[in-house]
Design a protein around this ligand. Structure first.
Ligand code: GGG
Length: 356
């Protein structure tokens, strides 16, 4: 039996509540499969830790995480700590230090999930966003000059390296090749006359290595519109860090809401641990009330099984989420129900009993 060591960072706000349910489900699925087991180690890092220690994680936090097979993260950010500090010193730091350059976000409408489109269906809303996760607009390059003076200037520089751009686009093509799907690139070359012209050129070049794969290329503004008016046209989608961050929230709205949106931060070479998380933030307004939706965290657990080569178990987790949505009985308030976070986790484990 394989044992996987998982570093757990519940983080802030609703993070600990949803992570508890994710672990409950991971343990249940592993036990039912009889092929895998987990060893969880919790780290108390986040905004509360920052207020006590002046940093978001231990000084040697990255070294502590290095020895794990994966990281399971809840949410970061809480009033009292500036958002750019909580995000940069924990989540973005881990993504960068561990070269998790692929951010995989499925936008898949499951049966029973609410969709704001009149004719939205499972067949029409089924996209896989591959977001560049290590550079681009989130490179952190820039400066703040003459602070507070009339001549104040702020620079936030997008950094697009050939290596970084090629590898994410190639990853999207490889994913599409395996799935027999098209690849859509989303950029903005008419306005971003260096970075996105470069992005489009690299997309064109890499696409020549995959002549059998159908490709499309859209400006980000048009893509945002088409995702609503004609979502069916998107299958595997590759885009930059910022555009991917924004468009996957549009996608979350199409596929049942942010409470169902999962993300995997992958280091494909497996040189470092990859990280699995719900896309949502810490939601301080509902933290501690026991009503946060844990399904995105459960979905990211499904991504974890996929990553470790247990995609049959990952698929069962997705089936369990879908069955729970179809039953329409044990749902949290964001999905129109009255159930608590832990009742949803419990129901998922009961459904898993049936599925294995
Ligand atoms: N679930 C992790 C979390 O709290 N994410 C909030 C966030 O702002 N993420 C930004 C990003 O994914 O780049």
């Amino acid at each position: 039996m394989e044992t996987l060591k998982i570093a757990v960072i519940p983080g802030d706000g609703i993070g600990p509540e949803v992570i508890d349910e994710g672990i409950k489900v991971l343990e249940k699925a592993a036990k039912l499969s009889g092929r895998i087991q987990f060893e969880f180690t919790h780290f108390p890092w986040g905004c509360e830790y920052y207020l006590e220690h002046g940093r978001m994680m231990d000084e040697d936090g990255i070294d502590q995480l290095r020895k794990f097979d994966a990281i399971y993260l809840g949410a970061v950010g809480y009033p009292g700590v500036p958002d750019h500090i909580s995000l940069w010193d924990l989540l973005l730091r881990i993504r960068k230090e561990f070269d998790q350059y692929v951010n995989i976000r499925p936008i898949q409408l499951l049966n029973g999930a609410p969709c704001p489109l009149i004719d939205g269906s499972k067949e029409k809303i089924d996209m896989l966003f591959i977001r560049e996760n290590s550079e681009g607009e989130y490179s952190g390059a820039g400066d703040w000059l003459f602070k507070g003076k009339p001549e104040e200037v702020v620079l936030q520089t997008g950094v697009f390296s050939r290596k970084g751009t090629e590898r994410i686009i190639r990853y999207a093509f490889e994913t599409a090749k395996e799935a027999g799907k098209s690849v859509t690139s989303i950029s903005k070359a008419n306005a971003l006359n260096y970075s996105m012209v470069f992005w489009d050129e690299v997309f064109e070049k890499v696409s020549k290595e995959y002549p059998e794969i159908e490709t499309h290329s859209y400006l980000v503004d048009a893509a945002a519109m088409h995702m609503i008016t004609d979502p069916e046209r998107f299958e595997v989608v590759v885009t930059s860090n910022l555009f991917g961050d924004i468009l996957t929230d549009v996608g979350a709205a199409l596929a049942g809401g942010i409470g169902l949106a999962a993300g995997a931060n992958i280091n494909p070479e497996r040189e470092y641990p990859s990280m699995f998380e719900p896309v949502h933030g810490s939601a301080p307004d509902i933290a501690g009330k026991g009503i946060a939706n844990p399904l995105a965290t459960v979905w990211s657990a499904s991504q974890m099984f996929d990553f470790f080569g247990y995609s049959d178990i990952g698929e069962k987790l997705l089936q369990a989420i879908e069955r729970l949505l179809e039953e329409n009985e044990v749902l949290t308030p964001d999905l129109g129900g009255t159930a608590s976070t832990s009742e949803v986790g419990d129901r998922i484990t009961e459904i898993l009993n049936d599925l294995f």
